[in-house]
Design a protein around this ligand. Structure first.
Ligand SMILES: *Cc1c(COP(=O)(O)O)cnc(C)c1O
Length: 220
């Protein structure tokens, strides 16, 4: 039913501490339920309303952890802060501040800074030059807990490898700069390149297509 998941899980046996985030944008709740039955617990969604609908449909499943990995519009920060345990796509201080404000009264929200490692203008994410100042802003916010970085890398294999290496170094630097924070998550590698991200130090891979198959056009 999810045949490629077996290949993925076999690869991950060599990396027992790495978390598999199942990226489920465009995938029906019934198929997430199937993935849950096969042991998956962490799900990544890009679109707020789609995610809220699935959360409702799957409310009976214990232990699901929802990660928001999409672009964050400022008018959606309230709902994102309240309905997800992780937000991986923070790329500006304003969004961090709004999420922090909305999270008051709840356990801290685990967050990653989204980094545009290859410097591609078509993609979101903060540049490496702005990473430290954004991290400094986030660690002052009491309702957010900075856990690490989410990488966007270039598609060509050699470029992706260079970007993974850049990200591993940035992650190490972040840990050294903020020794009191529990910075433990380097989210990098997707369906096409997770096998190369793993030996480069990924602690989480974000995989959609290689679990669920191609997404239909209308749902992106
Ligand atoms: C869609 C998406 C993924 C998963 O991509 P696949 O190629 O389907 O594995 C990973 N990360 C982000 C941020 C995404 O938007």
């Amino acid at each position: 039913m999810l045949p490629r998941l077996r290949t993925l899980q076999a690869t991950l046996q060599a990396y027992p501490t790495v978390r598999l985030l199942a990226v489920s944008k465009g995938v029906a709740a019934s198929r997430l339920r199937l993935a849950y039955g096969l042991g998956l617990r962490h799900f990544g969604e890009n679109y707020l309303q789609e995610a809220l609908d699935k959360q409702k449909a799957l409310a009976d499943l214990d232990g699901i952890v929802w990660h928001f990995i999409g672009r964050i519009q400022r008018n959606k920060t309230l709902a994102i802060a309240r309905h997800f345990q992780w937000v991986e796509s923070i790329d500006r201080a304003l969004v961090a501040e709004r999420l922090n404000h909305a999270r008051a009264g709840m356990p801290p929200l685990d967050v990653l800074i989204e980094v545009n490692a290859g410097g591609e203008s078509s993609k979101g994410g903060v540049g490496l030059d702005a990473l430290e100042s954004l991290a400094r802003a986030i660690v002052t916010l009491p309702h957010l807990r900075l856990r690490g970085l989410m990488a966007l890398v270039r598609p060509e294999p050699e470029q992706a490898d260079a970007d993974f290496a850049t990200m591993a170094a940035a992650f190490q630097l972040l840990q050294d700069t903020f020794p009191k924070q529990a910075i433990d998550t380097l989210s990098m590698g997707t369906s096409t390149d997770y096998a190369r991200a793993l030996p480069m130090g990924a602690t989480q891979i974000r995989v959609g297509t290689a679990i669920f198959g191609p997404r239909s056009q209308e749902t992106r």
